[in-house]
Design a protein around this ligand. Structure first.
Ligand SMILES: CC(C)(COP(=O)(O)OP(=O)(O)OC[C@H]1O[C@@H](n2cnc3c(N)ncnc32)[C@H](O)[C@@H]1OP(=O)(O)O)[C@@H](O)C(=O)NCCC(=O)NCCS
Length: 282
């Protein structure tokens, strides 16, 4: 293995200034308790998707505007779209109404030319939004593109958390991501489940990823599972039961195959057999 920390990448000064200005203005508007978040969402998406166009309402109300364009214009306003979590029985409508415009802005930004895989601006915008969507959000939250939430307001996120592209964070029953948690591409974290006999019998259970836990690519963590401190769920694994601190769990269902060599002694006492100490002894 070779140590390969991320290298710094600089943007041209002129573009960096434009991004800084835009994001600063957006953050300021969101910090204002009286901010109309739906209007902010609609205006921002209009500027992103129809740059330099006519005034939004002019275009929308002009009979010459084709119906598909009018439908697309309406969809920039969160009042005129529905999102899947709105259909969930246990939704808290007031809480959701506060976050819906920001979740729609987040998702729609990701599909804009400015968004998607554009790392620098994308991470900074999502960090601003996360602080206004999540129940709690620590410092330096880093989130790549096409990440989806259920309610968003049931997310509790610590410091230095990283979420990579195409992750699903289903926070219906609550998700806790403690400090330094890392979730790799295409992973799924659930916090609700359905009865096998009755589809509408839904159980919610908070899913907790403890400090430093790593969920690696394409892995799934089911509702109510606690992924222990500094543990790892390997690529493609399905965590159906708790993962012990410092353990590496692989497979479907995910089972411990070893303990990380840096586990403290108290971590070791949770081992089932000497075999699992392979990682430390070799
Ligand atoms: C957990 C992981 C690192 C392997 O850990 P490891 O302790 O070095 O395991 P090894 O490579 O020594 O493999 C041990 C055994 O597990 C198997 N194995 C390895 N990864 C596996 C996986 N994800 N699922 C099932 N089995 C796996 C190996 O084939 C090997 O089996 P064998 O003994 O029958 O040959 C790797 O599976 C993994 O998940 N990598 C993800 C990388 C990552 O960090 N992604 C995040 C990027 S942001």
């Amino acid at each position: 293995m070779v140590r390969r920390p991320l290298r710094p990448v600089a943007l041209p000064d002129a573009s960096a200034r434009v991004f800084e200005h835009w994001l600063g203005e957006l953050a300021e508007r969101l910090d204002d308790a009286d901010c109309d978040r739906s209007e902010l969402c609609r205006e921002t998406l209009y500027d992103l998707h129809y740059p330099g166009g006519r005034a939004y309402h002019d275009l929308l109300e002009d009979p010459a505007t084709p119906p598909a364009t009018r439908a697309a214009l309406l969809a920039l306003d969160p009042h005129h779209i529905t999102l899947e979590p709105e259909y969930y029985h246990e939704i808290e409508p007031e809480k959701y109404a506060r976050v819906k415009p920001l979740l729609w802005l987040w998702q729609s930004f990701d599909r804009s030319p400015l968004g998607g895989g554009n790392v620098d601006v994308g991470i900074r915008l999502r960090r601003i939004l996360a602080h206004h969507v999540f129940k709690t959000c620590g410092s330096n939250f880093k989130c790549f593109q096409f990440v989806e939430f259920s309610f968003g307001y049931n997310m509790e996120v610590g410091d230095g958390v990283v979420v990579h592209r195409h992750v699903l964070l289903d926070d219906r029953g609550g998700i806790v991501l403690a400090n330094r948690v890392s979730i790799a591409d295409y992973a799924n974290i659930y916090s609700h489940t359905h009865s096998i006999t009755d589809q509408v019998d839904v159980t919610s259970a908070t899913t907790v990823l403890e400090e430093g836990a790593r969920i690696t690519y394409h892995a799934t963590v089911l509702a109510g599972v606690r992924v222990g401190k500094e543990s790892m769920v390997g690529a493609g694994a399905m965590a159906t039961r708790d993962v012990r601190p410092y353990h590496v769990n692989l497979g479907i269902p995910a089972k411990s195959i070893r303990v990380k060599p840096n586990a403290p002694v108290e971590g070791e006492v949770t081992l089932d057999s000497a075999l699992r100490r392979k990682g430390r002894d070799s």
